[in-house]
Design a protein around this ligand. Structure first.
Ligand code: XIL
Length: 338
């Protein structure tokens, strides 16, 4: 079965794409992508660090390749991300004065968004601007431009890329306090008469701990603002705790050789993963009229960022396809929700 076909009438199904896949170094991944997905997000290559390495230097080549790759495979593009405190180029980190930050901010959004207008379906205009308690996160943008930088980013993106849908994206913004901050942010953009089409909930969740209730409340609360809800970076981390409940990340940090499940995932966890994904997709289907997209953060377990973060060298199992490009039980449980 094919995810994109099974959920065709409900929402588009996406994957993150790395440069490795786009460069066609992984033809097996490419055929899986063609079969399963109808939309894609560049995992890194549209981030400022890569696309805008120096003041007047843009590196559009990888992103242009991605556009072509997606066109060939009939994938929509969910561009990611214009303004984010992380993965910034060095020259931005070194800026001291507010005027130069403003110049970067305006030039970056305008140049990048304009170039891909009409070529991408959506833009994550601002990524991760909030703290867990719903206040604004300290960043170079907040510090130098003030709280209004989020609204201003959307204003600039709207002008530069009138054909794309504009999203605010964050993690844990299904949790009540952060959600409240996110709603306030969205209302502020709307009150300024600036366009915002949707909110992205990243969805980096943990095995056995999917916050279904908060997710459902969030789908309802966000869509009540008249915007779409997308799940933009879905994966389920299986390695936060081991059987004894010890924090694997902390232990591996001290002793990298302690890599649990290095030789495979125990059946019980494989089953739990399938159940978690099934519950999630049942919830998504219940609210399919409010959900525009569900994107997985990677094609298969072998290239997931969670093998390297927050501890390098962990063997993780967060996705629907295994290291041999084969569907896991979680894949079939997702399909079974239809
Ligand atoms: C991650 C990528 O997957 C990694 O390859 C990279 O090293 C760091 O960033 N939230 C986001 C994504 O919005 O851009 C991040 O992607 C994961 C967390």
């Amino acid at each position: 079965p094919s995810l994109k076909k099974v959920f065709k009438k409900d929402f588009v199904i996406g994957t993150a794409l790395s440069i490795y896949q786009i460069d066609d170094k992984d033809p097996q991944a490419t055929s899986l992508i063609a079969q399963q997905f109808n939309t894609a997000t560049p995992e890194n290559i549209m981030k400022a660090q890569i696309i805008h390495p120096k003041w007047d230097v843009y590196n559009f080549e990888p992103a242009d390749k991605l556009i072509t790759y997606c066109k060939n495979l009939n994938l929509e593009v969910n561009a990611h991300a214009l303004i984010w405190h992380s993965q910034l180029p060095n020259f931005v980190r070194q800026i001291k004065d507010a005027d130069s930050v403003k110049t970067f901010f305006e030039n970056h959004i305008t140049t990048v968004a304009k170039r891909y207008d009409g070529k991408v379906k959506t833009w994550d205009v601002v990524n991760e601007a909030l703290n867990e308690d719903g206040t604004m996160r300290r960043s170079i943008f907040l510090n130098k431009l003030g709280e209004n930088f989020v609204t201003e980013a959307f204003r600039l993106a709207q002008t530069a890329s009138p054909k794309s849908e504009l999203y605010y994206n964050d993690y844990n913004n299904e949790q009540p306090a952060k959600r409240a901050g996110c709603i306030a942010l969205i209302k502020k953009i709307q009150a300024a008469g600036v366009k915002i089409d949707g909110v992205g909930i990243q969805g980096h969740w943990h095995l056995g701990k999917i916050p279904l209730k908060q997710i459902e409340e969030s789908i309802l609360a966000y869509s009540a603002l008249g915007i779409k809800v997308a799940f933009t970076e879905l994966d389920i981390e299986v390695l936060k705790r081991d059987f004894q409940g010890a924090d694997v990340n902390q232990r591996m940090q001290n002793s990298p050789s302690l890599n649990p499940y290095a030789n495979g995932l125990p059946d019980s966890l494989q089953t739990q993963l399938a159940m978690d994904y099934e519950a999630l997709f049942n919830l998504f289907l219940k609210h399919k009229d409010k959900i525009s997209r569900v994107t997985f953060w990677g094609v298969h377990d072998g290239q997931s960022w969670l093998n390297g973060w927050p501890v390098r060298g962990r063997t993780n199992y967060p996705l629907l396809f295994d290291r041999n490009y084969q569907p896991k039980p979680a894949f079939y449980s997702v399909i079974s929700t239809k």
